[in-house]
Design a protein around this ligand. Sequence first.
Ligand code: PBG
Length: 324
Amino acid sequence: MSYPEVRPRRLRRTAALRRLIEETRVAPADLVLPMFVKEGLTEPRPIASLPGVVQHTRESLRKAAAEAVEAGVGGLMLFGVPAKRDEVGSGGVDPAGILNAAIRDVIAEVGDSTVVMSDLCLDEFTSHGHCGVLAADGSVANDATLVAYGEMAIAQATAGVHVVGPSGMMDGQVGVVRRALDAAGFSDVSILAYAAKYASAFYGPFRDAVESALVGDRRTYQQDPPNLREALREVALDVAEGADIVMVKPALPYLDVLAAVRSAVDVPVAAYQVSGEYAMVEAAAANGWLDRRRVVLETLTAIRRAGAQVILTYWAVDAARLLR
Ligand code: PBG
């Protein structure tokens, strides 16, 4: 061999050397915990396809939110499951609706000690399970849906949320939500835009978690998995419309999209490690086929390495404890 010899293994010899040259670190503050609250529940209810995740009662949600803050997570993302649904998803707009009530509860519990976020979408509230209202021909009506999103944003902001997360993939949703918030005096409420959200089969367990009524799919509004340039166009539109943070979803199967988005924008980039990503690892670990702890940390590290500053993950509290 010629000298000086390049020997990369020199820097891998001890744990201390490896730690010194680590290029990517995951911290509890990078992680956001998605949480479900169901109207009328008296006991937290386990979700079979998401072992370790529950539908909360209003009371257990408050307690779990406080525990997550204690573990050091960076934020909470709230999803509401109403007792009743209707064609237009009025439970999402109703100030007394489960999600808006839960926002008030959680804010009363944790205040500004973490970042409280809420899903801004109609799918949990509509009887047909779509993310918007339907036109006469059964298609999802973009602009009529935007009107509802604007009202929902104001309801969530009034309840005290720090960040709203429009996730319905309607055209123009970020701009409409920004204008609605500003006009109602909520110019300090931030928008986490689900900017590149794919029509993914990895959302299966989430639909159990919210008892989704959806028949069919969301392919006319969520993105087609083969497309990357389209994600950059969606992200550019959302940034121009006023998104404060942009998100790619799912995470692990879309690391190339995440990396491209990271290099295209200067706003913070988030990734959503979705229910199916979680369920796959949990199922394999329960069979003894994977080392759960190592796989969880490896996936989070990979998502950070690809460019996500913030990660929404059902492991947020577990991982925060592992990382401390
Ligand atoms: C829509 C929404 C969904 C998820 C987050 N927000 C469901 C969907 O688009 O069908 C999925 C999250 C997950 O799978 O963990 N409100």
